[in-house]
Design a protein around this ligand. Structure first.
Ligand code: ZN
Length: 155
């Protein structure tokens, strides 16, 4: 595993243990060149899925990127990391078990919004406002009332 600090190609595993829900293995590593410590996670990947983005660009599905964008939306909200991890795992499972080799990034965005909506309305709005293009004020009004409804349902 390449060191994220100095890009040296070799690191040593110092410790290896399953995560709490046993869906992944957490490894503590140390770079054999600069000595920096970092953590990697090993997870089951059921199949390779390609994500189709706007402009027909294609990219392999990347759990890390998905987790990053969800974490960003949840920043400074009182949401347990476990909750985010569950959401990411749930979406990954949906993507990998859908039986398709390709999936539209839009579809994944919808899964994220569905999930965030149940967790935190602020995180949901943040994600949705980045994800969707609110060029028209009217769209945003419709969207805001949807969020309000969701908030009411939860109350
Ligand atoms: Zn290093």
């Amino acid at each position: 595993m390449r060191c994220p600090f100095c890009a040296h190609d070799d690191s040593q595993v110092k410790d290896s243990r399953p995560t709490e829900d046993s869906t992944s293995i957490r490894r503590r590593r140390q770079c054999s060149s600069c000595g920096a410590r970092f953590t990697t996670f090993e997870r089951v990947q059921l199949r390779e899925v390609t994500v189709i983005k706007s402009g027909d660009r294609r990219q392999p599905f990347d759990r890390g990127k998905l987790e990053q964008s969800i974490s960003l939306a949840c920043r400074k909200r009182d949401i347990a990391h476990e909750r985010i991890d569950q959401l990411v795992s749930g979406i990954q499972r949906q993507v990998e078990t859908a039986g398709e080799a390709e999936i539209a990034s839009q579809r994944i965005g919808e899964m994220v919004m569905d999930g965030l909506r149940q967790i935190d309305s602020v995180a949901y709005i943040r994600f949705a406002s980045v994800y969707r293009d609110f060029s028209e004020a009217r769209d945003f009004e419709e969207f805001a009332s949807t969020v309000q409804e969701a908030a009411n349902e939860r109350a």
